[in-house]
Design a protein around this ligand. Structure first.
Ligand SMILES: [Zn+2]
Ligand SMILES: [Zn+2]
Length: 358
């Protein structure tokens, strides 16, 4: 090291008084795209990482064998220089900065003595095959740090590589929280009325998820069911969040309706409604024109009294569903590879209005 054997020389003292901060190897931050499958199952990633590594030719000295250093002209060997910064209001401020010519070393190898490989930079770009792991149950935005896999610089700590996991949207599954999953299951009119038993979707580990709704249990559009323990795994635990299945009634096929005995069907279905009461004095027949793009109703201005009414309504809704909370179905899986599920009716969690991104 510089001045180690020269205690008492002027040069040594000047170096101690304004000891330059050694350049630290830079941390590298990489945003890494992951799928919900990656977070559910875990994943081992093998990739080539590029970094500045200590030059193998000069071992990080920056010079040829036996090269001599000279005092840096820019900083006169101090390793630091004064820089002017313009402040708001036209004021100038002076502050210390690392000398860019000698990187704070105070000395510089003469141009003719520079290492040919790194051109005196002491480091060179290098590629390294690196393997790292996405653990089961990691979440969107989580950081995975590979210590000392970042840039190197002689005499300074090696930087880290930090991966920030960025979750890509999934085609069929959404998250209501880090660990709860939401899936929409489309059911036909027949299934809604008479029950069904089938594999409804592929889970993130490839398992088929089989659902059985017994005859006699009618499915209404928007009914939601909770499947406990079928959500996302929780890191470093055996537990999992929950899966919510929301049933959506498929559109009724018009061609089917044209080819069915509607009179016979009407007798099977619940009876049709009567006119509104009281009977109006004047009744007009109107013509219906199908239009799939109806205008949106105007939002009423929020009023204090409305607000309270809504809260009460919601309370009733919760109470009702609590009564149904104990309902469970007996289920049978359709095939050996599918998991039969036990369903309990409940209120689904609400999707966050904005998806957090990291
Ligand atoms: Zn070199
Ligand atoms: Zn310098």
């Amino acid at each position: 090291m510089f001045g180690a054997g020269g205690a008492g020389t002027g040069h040594y003292h000047s170096r101690t008084r304004s000891k330059p901060t050694p350049k630290k190897g830079k941390n590298t931050v990489i945003v890494y795209d992951v799928t919900l499958e990656d977070l559910y199952n875990g994943k081992t990633v093998t990739m080539n990482l590029e970094r500045q590594g200590i030059c193998g030719t000069c071992s990080g000295t920056g010079g040829k064998r036996g090269a001599r250093s000279k005092t840096c002209v820019k900083c006169s060997g101090k390793g630091k220089i004064m820089v002017n910064r313009l402040l708001s209001g036209g004021l100038m401020a002076q502050s210390q900065a690392l000398c860019p010519v000698c990187d704070g070393q105070g000395t510089k190898i003469r141009d003719v003595d520079q290492c040919r490989k790194c051109k005196g930079e002491k480091t060179t770009k290098e590629k390294k095959k690196t393997t790292w792991h996405i653990e089961k149950g990691m979440i969107d935005g989580q950081r995975v740090t590979l210590r000392e896999h970042g840039d190197q610089y002689p005499g300074a700590p090696t930087g880290d590589v930090v991966f920030i996991l960025k979750l890509q949207p999934h085609q069929t599954l959404k998250q209501s929280s880090e660990y709860d999953l939401l899936a929409t299951v489309s059911v036909t009119l027949s299934e809604a009325l008479t029950g069904f038993s089938r594999v409804v979707f592929h889970h993130l580990d490839g398992r088929g998820i089989s659902v059985t709704v017994p005859p006699g249990r009618v499915i209404n559009n928007g009914d939601s069911f909770k499947v406990e323990g079928e959500g996302m795994p929780i890191e470093r635990s055996e537990r999992k969040g929950d899966l919510w299945l929301k049933f959506e009634l498929e559109k009724i096929d018009e061609d089917w309706a044209k080819n069915v005995d509607l009179e016979a069907l009407a007798k099977l279905l619940p009876s049709k409604r009567q006119n509104v009461v009281p009977k109006p004095e004047i009744i007009d027949d109107v013509t219906l024109k199908l239009d799939d793009n109806p205008p949106q109703p105007r939002e009423p201005r929020p009023q204090q009294s409305h607000y309270y009414e809504e809260e009460e309504d919601q309370q009733d809704y919760y109470d009702d569903s609590d009564d149904d909370g104990g309902t469970e179905f007996c289920n049978h899986s359709l095939s050996g590879q599918a998991d039969g599920l036990s369903l309990a009716i409940g209120i689904p969690p609400v999707l966050p209005s904005t998806t957090p991104t990291g």
